[in-house]
Design a protein around this ligand. Structure first.
Ligand code: MN
Length: 232
């Protein structure tokens, strides 16, 4: 093995409720427009033929409870509260039952977004990276194992900014369920342990500002929080 010229910053390991060992972050896939009311507030229609995806770099992942600088280059930094799932077994071209069996755990996540840059790039039919693959923008709360929790439709998903309610929906609004997402994505990637999937955000996304405290919850999962500092 060739020696390393330098060391990279460590990628965080996500705590797992009831386990001493945590979940290492391999890849981060994100589903776009998976709640109809959110697609509508973004001024676009939902494609019900197939889900679509973007990715975030594992290097941009952080854990719940962090305080991070307000990011550069945006006048419209948005919160997106999401259900994340963590793959626990290799799965490729899976049917829905195989897909569900490959899910190791679930957790609350935030997909923080430079909305102005995402929309600008979207309107120019360019990739979304500047808007979506933002430093410190993939936030994960401790995971709950799939034998102790399931994404039932009545479960609420909520987000508050400084205590004010911003997003309030239930998982019944998911267009593509978790097994459909994993099954579909496994047609394109050899999914494996370390792969996380953010399943999209409900309506109510909006701008946040320096000093804001973002908190989110999904019934039965560990809550998530993020504090924004001053811009650098
Ligand atoms: Mn999202």
């Amino acid at each position: 093995m060739t020696a390393r010229l330098f060391e990279l910053p460590e990628i965080p390991v996500i705590p797992v409720v009831g386990e001493n060992a945590g979940y290492p972050i391999g890849r981060i896939f994100c589903v776009g427009r998976n709640y109809a009311a959110h697609a509508a507030e973004m001024g676009v229609e939902v494609d019900r033929e197939a889900p679509f995806y973007f990715t975030k770099s594992p290097a941009n992942a952080i854990l719940s409870g962090a305080t991070v600088p307000f990011p550069s280059g945006t006048e419209n930094f948005h919160h997106e509260m999401e259900l994340a799932l963590a793959i626990g077994a290799p799965v490729f071209r899976a049917d829905k039952a195989e897909a569900r069996a490959a899910i190791f755990a679930y957790g609350c996540a935030l997909d923080m977004t430079r909305r102005d840059l995402q929309i600008r790039e979207r309107n120019k039919q360019r990739p979304w990276d500047l808007g979506k693959d933002v430093e410190n923008s993939a936030v994960f709360a401790p995971l709950t194992k799939a034998d102790g929790w399931s994404p039932d439709p009545e479960k609420a998903i909520r987000l508050h900014v400084n205590g004010d309610a911003r997003q309030d929906a239930t998982l019944s609004e998911l267009i593509w369920g978790v097994d459909e997402i994993v099954s579909h994505l496994s047609g394109y990637y050899h999914l494996r342990p370390g792969d996380l999937i953010m399943t999209g955000t409900p309506a109510g996304v909006g701008a946040v500002a320096p000093q804001d405290v973002i908190t989110g919850e999904i019934d039965g999962l560990s809550p998530i929080s993020l504090t924004l500092g001053q811009p650098e």
